[in-house]
Design a protein around this ligand. Sequence first.
Ligand code: FAD
Length: 317
Amino acid sequence: MKVIEHLNKSKSTLFSFEILPPLKGQNIQSIYNAIDPLIEFKPPFIDVTYHREEYIYKKLGNGLHKRQSIRKRPGTVAICAAIMNKYNIDAIPHIICGGFSQDDTENALIDLQFLGVENVLALRGDKVKNETSFTPEPDGHAYTTELIKQIARMNEGTYLDDQLQNVAQSNFCIGVAGYPEKHFEAPNLKSDLKYLKQKVDAGAEYIVTQMFFDNAKYFSFVDQCRAIGINVPIIPGLKPITAKSQVNNLPRNFHIDLPDDLVEALEACNSKEDIKKVGVEWGIEQSKELIAAGVPCIHFYTMSRFGSTYNILKELV
Ligand code: FAD
């Protein structure tokens, strides 16, 4: 079932999760271990992130280095199929522009269509490490709007090869990312929102936000979206804090702010357990306010750790 149908059908706030594929060489059981405890909260869908190649430099032993491409977390599509098969829950693969030609994208979408996947979260992806800025493939997409347009064309039965006859239309529900604290490359939030509207106008049916820790930022973002005519559901994304290092890592990696009260509470902690407790309490308070405001769904960035998300949800349902 499509995400938009889940959202339209539900009368109360839903809870969805985002996981990442295990490191190459690990077993898929680690994914099931992360999902199993969360099934009691009846997630309508589970997102699976996509991780493009990285480049490492291997020593050759003669003073020279060899540049080698590796993918540390392959398996997004297979994990989606496994989740749908094992749990009968919709799985949303993330599909990115980076590293994909238009032909690669079309073939990836055909794989998903044949597997019965009806949803995708369309993203640009970040630059590859060692590059100064995001570089699309020569025939790839520079921005997510272009990727959405390709998916929307397939939904209408238009493939890259216009000689194809009697083609099957795909039927993907497309989600996109939104940034309450703006995307780090955007000159300002107004500009970022203009491009977010382009994504929706191109065919995105819902938005999932980057994580935030101050609900006021989400509410203001939603207001600003509505003011410029973005009328699709905007799903808030929450991440439970589980480690003290995240006080600095989350702002650095995701270009977001942590509120003073949260930073002070985390800095006062003396043990990992205390940190997790603060993270869970903050997540409960954020969730309660969002639910009271009538959000259609709360999306938890569970990644491979389910414990704190479980403890938050236990207090909510
Ligand atoms: P876009 O919407 O293309 O925007 C990128 C930047 O370009 C923004 O600053 C925007 O304002 C600007 N822009 C957009 N269109 C134009 C235009 N036409 N002209 C000029 N400027 C423009 N990354 C992964 O690699 N794998 C994942 O699985 C993944 N999952 C994610 C899930 C969520 C919910 C979120 C919030 C992010 C995720 N990311 C993932 C990270 C994402 O790929 C990065 O944040 C990326 O830098 C931007 O992606 P986007 O789709 O928002 O890009």
